[in-house]
Design a protein around this ligand. Structure first.
Ligand SMILES: Cc1cc2nc3c(=O)[nH]c(=O)nc-3n(C[C@H](O)[C@H](O)[C@H](O)COP(=O)(O)OP(=O)(O)OC[C@H]3O[C@@H](n4cnc5c(N)ncnc54)[C@H](O)[C@@H]3O)c2cc1C
Length: 305
C-alpha cells in the first residue's frame, strides 16, 4: 500500500496541467508550513527566525524542468538575487538550485553560462551553492558539470542519492575534488534497473555512504529525517573522533522541528532546507510521496487559513 501511495504521488508530481493549476490556485496550502514566502524578500523573516534559533538555512527557489531559455535566465537571476540578499542581510544561508531550472534539458552551454554567473556572485559573497540532485536520467550530466565547476570555484557543492546503484562509485570518483556533499536517500521514481527497490537496501547503502564520506575527511551534510540514520552518524563520529564541525544534519523546513532544535542543543550543526516561490507543486507532491502523513498536515494547514 505504501509503495502504491508513493508511486501515485510521484506520478502526480510530473503532471504539467496540475502544476499550472497549482500555480494559479496559489500556494496557500504550503506557505509558511513547508515552504517560505512567494519570493526571497518575503522569506527573510523566516530565515532570520531560524538563524536566531541556531539553525542555518539553504534556500531553494522552487521550479524545475524548465523548457524555455528566458525562464532559465530568470531563474538564474533569482539565484543571484538570493545570494546578494543573503550577503546584504548577513543571513546564515546557502543557496540550493536545480540544473533543470537553469536549462539542463535545453542546452548544456546555456547551463554553463547561467551557472558561471551564479558562481561568480557566490564566490564574491562567499555563499555556498548546492546543486540538488534530480532524477537518474540527469545524474551523469549534473555530476560532470559539478566536476567542471569545482575546478574553478570553491563555493559549490552537490548531492548524492543512496537509492542509486551507481552512487558508491560516484562518491569514490568525486573524492579527488574534496567535495562538500549532501547525502540523501533519493526522492524520485526510479526503476529497479538503476535504483534499489527495497527500502532496507537504500538504508544500508545510505549508512555506507555516510561512513565513506565522513572518513574521507570532506565536509558532509546528512540530509534525513530518519532517527536511525542520525543516531548512526552520531555514533560513527564519536567512534572515529570526527569533530562536530566536520558535518551537519539537514532537514526540510516544517519537518521534525523539535528534533531540529534538539540537535542544535546537542551542539550539532543543523541546516534547514527552505524552498520559496510559486512553483511549489512538484516539491509538495514529492513530500507527500515520502510521507503521506504530510497530507493530514497540509489539509490542517489549509483549514487554518
Ligand atoms: C535537506 C534535504 C535536501 C534534500 N535534497 C534532495 C535532493 O537534492 N535530491 C533528492 O533526490 N532528494 C533530496 N531530499 C529528499 C530525500 O532524498 C528523501 O526523499 C527524504 O529526505 C525522505 O527520506 P528520509 O531519509 O528523510 O527518511 P525516510 O526513509 O523517508 O523515513 C525514515 C523514517 O524517518 C522518519 N520520518 C521521515 N520523515 C518524517 C517527518 N516528516 N516527520 C517525522 N518523521 C519522519 C520516520 O520515522 C520514517 O519511518 C532531500 C532531503 C532533505 C532533508
Amino acid at each position: 500500500m505504501e509503495a502504491i501511495t508513493r508511486d501515485f504521488f510521484l506520478f502526480l508530481s510530473k503532471s504539467n496541467i496540475l502544476n499550472r493549476l497549482a500555480q494559479n490556485w496559489g500556494s496557500q496550502i504550503a506557505t509558511g508550513k513547508i515552504i517560505g514566502g512567494k519570493n526571497f524578500e518575503a522569506s527573510i523573516p523566516m530565515i532570520r527566525k531560524l538563524n536566531e534559533q541556531g539553525l542555518t538555512v539553504t534556500v531553494d527557489h522552487l521550479g524545475e524542468f524548465v523548457d524555455s531559455r528566458e525562464v532559465a535566465r530568470e531563474r538564474t537571476q533569482e539565484c543571484i538575487r538570493a545570494i546578494q540578499w543573503i550577503a546584504q542581510e548577513k543571513l546564515h544561508s546557502h543557496v540550493s538550485l536545480k540544473m533543470t531550472s537553469l536549462g539542463l534539458d535545453i542546452d548544456l552551454d546555456l547551463v554553463r553560462d547561467n551557472m558561471s554567473s551564479i558562481l561568480e556572485c557566490a564566490e564574491q559573497h562567499e555563499v555556498m551553492v548546492t546543486i540538488d540532485m534530480e532524477d537518474e536520467a540527469r545524474c551523469q550530466k549534473t555530476l560532470d558539470l559539478f566536476k567542471e565547476f569545482k575546478q574553478r570555484y570553491h563555493y559549490i557543492s552537490t548531492v548524492l542519492q543512496a537509492y542509486l546503484y551507481r552512487t558508491e562509485q560516484d562518491l569514490e570518483e568525486l573524492n579527488q575534488y574534496a567535495p562538500f556533499l549532501r547525502l540523501v536517500k533519493g526522492a524520485y521514481k526510479e526503476s529497479s534497473k538503476v535504483a534499489f527497490p527495497e527500502k532496507e537496501d537504500v538504508d544500508e547503502n545510505y549508512k555506507k555512504l555516510i561512513k565513506k564520506q565522513l572518513l574521507s575527511g570532506h565536509y558532509t551534510a546528512i540530509a534525513t529525517h530518519d532517527d536511525k540514520m542520525i543516531d548512526f552518524t552520531k555514533k560513527l563520529a564519536e567512534e572515529h573522533q570526527i569533530g562536530k564541525d566536520r558535518f551537519e544534519f539537514q532537514m526540510l523546513y516544517g519537518m521534525r522541528n523539535k528534533t531540529q532544535l534538539e540537535l542544535v542543543k546537542q551542539g550539532y550543526n543543523m541546516r534547514v532546507y527552505l524552498p520559496y516561490g510559486n512553483d511549489w507543486y512538484g516539491y509538495f507532491m514529492r513530500r507527500l510521496a515520502e510521507r503521506p502523513a504530510n497530507i493530514a498536515f497540509a489539509f490542517k494547514g489549509m483549514l487554518k487559513k
